[in-house]
Design a protein around this ligand. Structure first.
Ligand SMILES: [Zn+2]
Length: 107
């Protein structure tokens, strides 16, 4: 019984609550839906989480990757909205938030 893992009931609720919060967020320009923290573009909140072909669908990203910081998995201060595609590309690298892709490879 892992207390702080997403497979728990509380973890699933956290995830759903965070998605709803992001979907309801009002941007400075009046549009609805928090943007992707990695690329800064709007997210397709209508796409179901399991629409795996849709890279624009919402995913909860972790600022501190869960693979490195499992203790922060359910910490709300560690969550940001992201595109599924951006999240996957970011992997465990640190992003340059809201900017064009880095001009050099991070090795
Ligand atoms: Zn994105």
């Amino acid at each position: 019984m892992g207390k702080n893992h997403t497979s728990t009931r509380q973890g699933k609720k956290n995830k759903a609550d965070f998605r709803a919060e992001c979907a309801a967020f009002i941007n400075e320009d009046g549009t609805k839906g928090a943007h992707c923290w990695i690329c800064g573009m709007p997210i397709d909140y209508d796409a179901p989480w399991d629409d795996f072909k849709n890279d624009d669908r919402f995913q909860r990203d972790h600022i501190k990757p869960v693979s490195l910081y499992p203790e922060f998995e359910e910490d709300p201060t560690n969550w940001e909205p992201s595109h599924a595609g951006c999240n996957r590309e970011r992997s465990n690298n640190s992003p340059r938030v809201g900017l064009a892709p880095p001009s050099r490879q991070w090795t």
